[in-house]
Design a protein around this ligand. Structure first.
Ligand SMILES: [Zn+2]
Length: 127
């Protein structure tokens, strides 16, 4: 018999190779699946994105400015109450389709303000 340490190492290497092969086969399957179903997949993704955006706008329409009470989904901004490096731009999260992250950010750290009140508030900060 050979060196048991060497045999153990060879076994570990063989297991790693097997894992790599399985991963490559999975990737190839996914590539083939996508090639075959790309249009259906894209249409489904578009529909989901559209539905989620509509839900977002519907929710936003229920909000009103905490300063003046104005309410319109196109005019509502989210103002971070505290300046903090961990604050995340809500508009960017929404653009990226990350609605849950955006909602969490708003619930924890923001107040709704209309665009005018938001601008005025920041204008006062630099005065
Ligand atoms: Zn306002």
């Amino acid at each position: 018999m050979g060196n048991p340490r060497k045999e153990k190492l060879l076994k570990i290497i063989q297991e790693a190779r097997t894992l790599v092969e399985i991963t490559e086969r999975k990737r190839e399957y996914q590539r083939m699946w996508y090639k075959k179903n790309a249009e259906v997949h894209k249409a489904r993704t578009r529909a989901n994105r559209k539905r989620r955006h509509k839900e977002w706008m519907t929710w936003k329409a229920t909000l009103s400015c905490t300063e003046c009470g104005f309410s319109h989904p196109a005019a509502i901004d989210f103002h971070h109450i505290k300046k903090d490096p961990s604050n995340r731009a809500v508009n960017q999260l929404v653009k990226d389709g990350r609605y849950s992250a955006a909602t969490e950010e708003i619930e924890k750290k923001c107040i709704p303000l209309c665009s005018n009140c938001h601008r005025i508030l920041h204008w006062k900060e630099i005065k």
